[in-house]
Design a protein around this ligand. Structure first.
Ligand SMILES: Cc1cc2nc3c(=O)[nH]c(=O)nc-3n(C[C@H](O)[C@H](O)[C@H](O)COP(=O)(O)OP(=O)(O)OC[C@H]3O[C@@H](n4cnc5c(N)ncnc54)[C@H](O)[C@@H]3O)c2cc1C
Length: 401
């Protein structure tokens, strides 16, 4: 593994950083104050500029209209974009669309790609991923109640989902539903099915209020009710019963995107904390940074962010070289480690700002509200810790689960 970032990658991240700082950061206060829908005209303008600069959809192959970056290169880009809450959206590599694009690329039929992937890559439509259910444990999704039953040439879907991020305004959902309840392995019972959001029986019940913010449009998490929701069987992604296999494929690269975004947030919080420590006088002529407690926050944050980045880049490099299955442990390790670093750095940065840290005059409180979930979504930290530890202990001879 080479520690030097290639010049070609640095050139790209420098250009993207200039755009994030010059074009997107000035929009943040308005977004945090007014919501995402208000921002749609400005975001459309920003997206047009990104396209004109040739920086659009960095994760997508050039032949399909993207930049064709490797996962490791995209990891660096994702960090830079993470410095602003608007970064990934402006470059059309925002979750959950980024994962849905990857799934459609790998598992979609030609007809599915034409109808859904093309417009998604072009930024003409958005999508969502609908797996978690309010009454069932998302940490153990094989316990899923939503059913998709075959009726002639159709699937008929019934069930209730929640935390379907970005469903508000999405053109379609990829829904996880049980299609093969009698399959021997519980991991072969569910399938992923494309459901256009204007299908009768698809009802967005509400946007769920998260830490006091119901959000809107792209920046929201919805409860969805599926009632006799009928879609053609040709909307199945991959093989019937392969829903969890596909989900696993999606999660490997997806964790790299999330973790590098979290590192970008941590770096911005770090910058804000250091500027505050250097500039805020807490006694005549004595800035906050003269206090050892604050010095420790800064040193610990620097070490934790650097360690986190090295872990994520090593994982991305391994996925690029050997595939997601070989990097399974690394993927679990970065998920909980980086989510923890993000939360500790944000907490210290808020503390260093005093009352200002609680206001919306910096993006810190926005991230505090919306990234507390980092330790929960994409698999709760505890599940990742247990599964890595069990695999390690097996190599020491432990056979009990
Ligand atoms: C901001 C946000 C966005 C989301 N976006 C989406 C989305 O777009 N689509 C989607 O389908 N879902 C989404 N989710 C849902 C997310 O995937 C689930 O919340 C997650 O999988 C956990 O499931 P649960 O909430 O049902 O918690 P539960 O499964 O009920 O678990 C609750 C808690 O129990 C503990 N726990 C669980 N299992 C174990 C264990 N084995 N050992 C020890 N402790 C354990 C953990 O601390 C866990 O947080 C999102 C969630 C959030 C917060």
């Amino acid at each position: 593994m080479d520690f030097e970032i290639p010049k070609s990658t640095r050139d790209i991240t420098n250009r993207i950083r200039a755009f994030v700082e010059g074009e997107l950061m000035p929009l943040e206060a308005r977004y945090i104050g007014s919501g995402f829908k208000e921002m749609l005209p400005q975001m459309a303008e920003a997206r047009a500029k990104v396209k004109a600069l040739g920086l659009w959809a960095p994760h997508i192959a050039e032949a399909r209209g993207g930049m064709g970056l490797s996962l490791t290169q995209f990891a660096h880009v994702s960090e830079v974009l993470g410095r602003s809450p608007l970064g990934h959206f402006a470059f059309n590599c925002q979750a959950p669309d980024v994962g849905n694009m990857e799934v459609l690329q790998h598992f979609g039929t030609e007809a599915q790609k034409e109808r859904w992937l093309g417009p998604l890559i072009g930024g003409e439509i958005r999508s969502c991923f609908s797996m978690t259910e309010p009454e069932m444990p998302g940490s153990n999704p094989v316990m899923m109640e939503t059913r998709a039953e075959v009726d002639g040439d159709d699937y008929v879907i019934n069930g209730r989902k929640w935390f379907t991020s970005s469903a508000d305004g999405a053109a379609f959902a990829i829904v996880m539903a049980v299609t093969n309840p009698k399959a021997d392995s519980p991991y072969l019972r569910a399938s992923q099915i494309i459901v256009p959001t204007d299908t009768p029986g698809f009802e967005r019940v509400r946007n769920i209020s998260v830490m006091g913010d119901p959000g809107d449009d792209y920046a929201s998490h919805a409860e969805i009710l599926y009632t006799d929701c009928r879609v053609p069987r040709s909307n199945l992604l991959g093989a019937e019963g392969a829903g969890f296999v596909i989900a696993q494929e999606r999660l490997g690269p997806g964790r790299i995107h999330h973790c590098m975004r979290w590192i970008g947030i941590s770096e911005r919080a770090f910058d804000l904390m250091c500027a505050r420590a250097a500039g805020r006088e807490i006694a005549p002529g004595r800035p906050l940074g003269t206090r050892q407690m604050v010095q420790q926050w800064i040193a610990e944050s620097r070490a934790e962010i650097d360690a986190a980045r090295l872990m994520v880049l090593k994982t991305a490099w391994r996925i690029d070289k050997e595939g997601a299955a070989a990097a399974r442990d690394d993927i679990s390790l970065i998920k909980f480690y980086v989510a923890g670093v993000l939360q500790r750095v944000l907490d210290r940065a808020i503390q260093a700002h005093g009352a200002l840290g609680m206001t919306d005059q910096t993006p810190l409180s926005y991230w505090w509200r919306h990234e507390r979930g980092a330790r929960i979504y994409d698999g709760p930290d505890e599940v990742h810790k247990s599964s890595v530890a069990k695999r390690i202990l097996r190599t020491y001879g432990m056979t009990q689960s």
